[in-house]
Design a protein around this ligand. Structure first.
Ligand code: ADP
Ligand code: MG
Length: 265
């Protein structure tokens, strides 16, 4: 069994602390949902875990089976078994999904020529159009197709832990079901541990969480079982210290030149 253990994590951008002490432990096979209003720090948590440039860690740790991830380059975190499905997947002109995954396999010490078949199987499994496999990665994909694409990568790469940053956004009901089922299957088939960031409890009907956390203003203010997500659906986040309107800066583009930046942001 593997464990992703985040403790006392304080991080932000140069001018401001955004995460003010996060403690969270996810074991393999578990699904933890992180819910919270706009601007509460959900994506920052995802970025800091994966090592996106432009964020600074002020205190705390994030360990995967005891190995400290913070401070490692992103590719080494990926090698350690961490995967991020981005809220805004990057468009990569000139590189197909198959090319990208082939190189990933080789970088991990695998052989060439294994990816094509795996991709076909995964695409079939979630009902992803085959034509999209050979097109440049995410270029001119719809919002939903990008999220399918992230799910496909997750299926092929089989990480130990996946951080899903609003994988539900842009998906219609059928697509949401297909994506959730694939992720849910990974938790039982390959013991994937999941940190599912979402605004809405809808995805949690399919991707049943073991634990639900509410992130508000950079802190986890309450944790509970699946019933907490249902309660939030009814009451909103007001009860959890999120009375202020979401900041107008939510999802502000990063200050630094950043290869992962959403070009449309
Ligand atoms: P969420 O994903 O919960 O909506 P974020 O983590 O994206 O929230 O953002 C939390 C707060 O931090 C917001 O006010 C946002 O504008 C700010 N923020 C996040 N990343 C950056 C950045 N790179 N540069 C400037 N501000 C940022
Ligand atoms: Mg976000």
């Amino acid at each position: 069994m593997s464990v992703l253990e985040i403790s006392g994590l304080r991080a932000g951008i140069a001018e401001r602390e955004i995460l003010k002490g996060i403690d969270l432990t996810v074991s393999s096979g578990e699904v933890h949902a992180v819910m919270g209003p706009n601007g509460s720090g959900k994506s920052t948590l995802a970025h800091v875990l994966m090592g996106r440039p432009g964020y600074e860690v002020r205190a705390g740790s994030a360990r995967l089976d005891g190995q400290e991830l913070l401070g490692l380059p992103t590719w080494r975190r990926a090698h350690a078994g961490l995967f991020l499905a981005m809220q805004y997947p990057v468009e990569v002109p000139g590189v197909s999904l198959e090319d990208a995954l082939e190189e990933t396999f080789v970088a991990r010490g695998g052989g060439r020529g294994q990816v094509a078949e795996l991709l076909q199987v995964e695409a079939e499994r979630i009902g992803f159009r085959r034509q999209l496999l050979t097109r440049p990665l995410n270029v001119e994909f719809s919002g939903g197709e990008k999220k399918f694409n992230e799910t496909l990568q997750l299926g092929v790469l089989r990480p130990r832990f996946a951080v899903l940053d609003e994988i539900d956004s842009g998906l219609d009901i059928d697509a949401l079901r297909a994506v959730s089922r694939r992720i849910e299957a990974a938790t039982s088939e390959s013991d994937l541990g999941v940190l599912a960031i979402t605004h809405y409890s809808r995805i949690l009907h399919e991707l049943r969480p073991d634990v639900v956390h509410v992130l508000s203003q950079g802190r986890i203010v309450v944790s509970g079982g699946p019933e907490l997500a249902q309660e939030l659906e009814r009451t909103g986040y007001a009860a959890y210290g999120a009375l202020e309107a979401p900041t107008e800066h939510a999802e502000a583009p990063p200050l630094l030149e950043d290869p992962f930046a959403d070009p449309l942001a």
